[in-house]
Design a protein around this ligand. Sequence first.
Ligand code: GDP
Length: 650
Amino acid sequence: MQTEVKNKTGMTNNIAELAQEFELKPGQVFGVLDEFGIEHDGSTFEADPDTLELVRDALTEHLGSKEIVLRPNPTPRDIAAALGVSQSDVQKALLTKLKVMATLTTSLKADVAEKLAQLFDSTVRWADAPKPKMGPTAAVNGAARKSGAQPRPPVVTIMGHVDHGKTSLLDYIRKTNVASREHGGITQHIGAYQVELPEGKITFLDTPGHAAFTNMRARGAQVTDIAILVVAADDGVMPQTIEAIQHIQSAEVPMIVAVNKIDKAGANPERVLTQLPEYNVIPEAFGGQVITAPVSAVTGEGVPHLLEMVLLQAEVMDLRADAKAKLEGVVIEAKLEKGRGPVATVLIQNGTLRIGDSIVAGQTYGKIKAMTDYRGEKLTEAGPSTPAEILGLSEVPQAGDRIEIQSDERSAREVAQSRVDDERARTIVVKARGITLRDYRNLIQEEGLKELPLIIKADVQGSVEAVKGMLEKVRNDEVETKIMSSGVGSITESDVLLASASNAIVVGFNVKPEPGAKHEAERHKVEIRTYTIIYELIEDIEAAAKGMLEPKFEEQYLGTAEVRQRLQFSKKGVIAGCYITDGKVTRNAMVRVSRGKEVIHEGRVATLRHFKDDVREVTLGMECGVTFEGWEEFAQGDTFEAYEMVQVNA
Ligand code: GDP
């Protein structure tokens, strides 16, 4: 095997020599060549003297410090893995040395990641950086990568248990920080507003309530950058606090805990801090990464500090948007108002929305007639992180609907209409589209899925613990379960929304879904599986984890039809002119054709027509033209039964 470096002047340089010079193994020399994008064929490479010099530089740098390869926006968890050090060491270095507050899953700015790596005697190479022809890589500057993008205000949601002071806190912040100008005091107009501090702006979504947060996420709209968890100092962690924590953690949104009501006589903020670690929220005071801020929404004590923390967190996240980019926005809330028509509060995430723009929002469309800000003042345009109320939509959109600009109102209408049609087609044709245990089987096998997210509800705390304990142990080489949340009580709408947002399955033991939850599960195609025997539950989940949960199908009768005519068409083949004598026949139905008492064919409907139109179904008393897949030996007087196969354990 040749391992030599040849150059154009005829000088040769042996890889083995380089290896010796730098006290590396030949394989390591090749590794460094790879890292710097210097071509070789695994055994030799050709190089001119300049390149050889750069190879030497590269090797020198390689020896100088350890290099780690990171993708853009790495999290502390990624960095710990790349450095081969513990996550807690990385967090400690972040907090104590760099004064940066971040959860394990917070995306870090490039310069923070690089400083962090330096603390561990390492340098960073960015994975997506264009490979230099030769020579060491300059770190890619995050800002340059997103050219045109400017820092934008963070979008913040406040969550927590009822009566812990979410509304009061929002009110206080609004009153003290929203410039009232000529208005005598502020009355809030829309469900989102912006506050302006000397250090920057913050956009608050005024939709306290976990359903709103998760509902949007379930619809693919992650609008919140930072969540403030409000916990009353006199009350401590309560059920909805836990629920909020689970929602925030599942969304992987950085959390800041506001310990509220510190002015009250019975307030015990310390106790709140000691309660949080149980839910994997480790306050800074205990060496963790979660910032906590004692506040009073009544006296205002601590609120400025809380807002500072929000801005600090936003800075770490390096939130950016480009006012000139293509518009991206989302509906925060919408309603029908007398005399004004559909009114929607939207949040612009990227680009700029202007009066007169033709937009599509989910399945509705329109031309923006008027736009106002949170103070009720007229806007002609709204840029990134700006909440605005818009008028001019044809119908009321849903919270979480994305907004897109179209060239004119007509195309906007067409896009909206095609979405309405698609939705209709989906609900008719597709029975279950969401993730089911059976889907997991496929995902595990085909896409190498590693986690099976579950939400557990049970009748009493004892069963919750038992089910949780057993399910946590379900794992094999390929996959393990991930309990997203667990709790006592029936399956609620909020459980379903969390499941939908995190592609989880809801498992109930000795509990049933509430009617609202059932409805939401159907809407979001979330699978709810309920059990009364614990071993059946465990067995199913084990089978799913093994990718072995076999689907069970049952035949479901649809209807019966009689063949009245054989219609021969040259192009289309033979059509059975039929009459529906019971129920209905659908286009994708399975059929069992009988002549007298004998079944003469089993198969599928290929086409279904009513007069000249292709139709999805025909019902009792209607005539239709049917062709069967790969079979046309029917005769007048034959009858057939239509049915479909429905999965019963999905
Ligand atoms: P929400 O349900 O979380 O929105 O809670 P609210 O903001 O409606 O507050 C519930 C109650 O707690 C109200 O009576 C508030 O006046 C009171 N409250 C809220 N924050 C504070 C606070 O910091 N100190 C005191 N003493 N009371 C507060």
